[in-house]
Design a protein around this ligand. Structure first.
Ligand SMILES: [Mn+2]
Length: 280
């Protein structure tokens, strides 16, 4: 398996040990509108090289922090499951960060890591609660529905769903939906189990900030709101794994890839703020 520092560069290599593993999962097979999620991991890694290793927003230096990029060559659900089943030990003491790819990968990761009874914080413009979509039960549009088997969800930024999904939301438990980051959403996250899985669909973010996504939707989370949300989740809960999905890189829009890489960096920084020895 290829080991590198393709995310953020050589400066973040571990001075003592690995604390974060960034893992590309360029899987794209059910994307419905804008294709390109398969090329997202490479675009995210390339864009990450432009980011400062010192995080001024939270005053944290990631030099020597122990961020390693692993590329096991995942191209399918089967690849992903077999990689995870062989490497669960690696992730007991380090945060795996999966770069999608399309959103279908989330329930596969939950399955592969054998995560049970975790809280799932799901940032998304769409509910992804369909039972099937275009005849496919593992479509990205069913990803949240399929994740319910692994623990309760709190979905934030959701502003588009079908009538079938509305009826499901009214009838079934297991998930709560918030279009905005507000007091109701804080409270819902607070009530989740201590161990949390974080799934970031980049379309949760306002497209005026980041628009190269598979299925763009107006409205959504602003930058400061998203930073506040990430701070809250990493402070109040123990994030055990995360993914960032559905970037659809566009040749004329390198800004989106950079902003998306920055979001991943901000999440990792907040994880490391708790894990790194304090500066003296
Ligand atoms: Mn989604």
């Amino acid at each position: 398996m290829k080991r590198s520092n393709d995310f953020l560069g050589a400066e973040v290599a571990g001075a003592d040990r690995d604390r974060v593993y960034v893992i590309p999962v360029p899987v794209e097979w059910s994307v419905s509108y804008g294709a390109g999620a398969g090329s997202a991991p490479a675009a995210l890694l390339a864009a990450s090289m432009q980011i400062e290793v010192y995080n001024a927003g939270i005053d944290l230096d990631l030099q020597g922090a122990g961020i390693t990029t692993l590329d096991p060559g995942i191209r399918s659900k089967e690849d992903l499951l077999s990689f995870l089943s062989g490497h669960r030990d690696l992730f007991r003491d380090a945060l795996p960060v999966f770069l999608g790819g399309e959103h279908s990968i989330t329930p596969w990761i939950l399955e592969g890591l054998e995560l049970r009874d975790v809280g799932i914080v799901w940032l998304d413009a769409h509910a992804d609660l369909r039972e099937s979509y275009l005849g496919e039960r593992e479509s990205h549009a069913c990803a949240a529905r399929n994740s319910l088997a692994f623990g309760p969800l709190v979905q934030i930024g959701v502003r588009s769903y079908s009538r079938e999904e509305r009826d499901f939301l009214r009838g079934a438990g297991g998930t709560r939906i918030f279009p905005f980051w507000n007091e109701g959403a804080w409270e819902a996250i607070r009530r989740l189990p201590e161990n949390v899985y974080l799934s970031i669909d980049f379309d949760a973010v306002d497209p005026s900030i980041l628009r190269a996504v598979g299925t763009p939707e107006p409205g959504g989370l602003g930058w400061e709101e998203l930073m506040d949300l990430l701070t809250f989740v990493f402070e109040k809960k123990r994030v055990v794994a995360m993914d960032a999905v559905e970037l659809a890189p566009a040749a004329h829009d390198e800004t989106s890839s950079f902003i998306a890489a920055k979001i991943v960096y901000e999440a990792i920084s907040r994880y490391l703020r708790r894990e790194l020895p304090r500066e003296t």
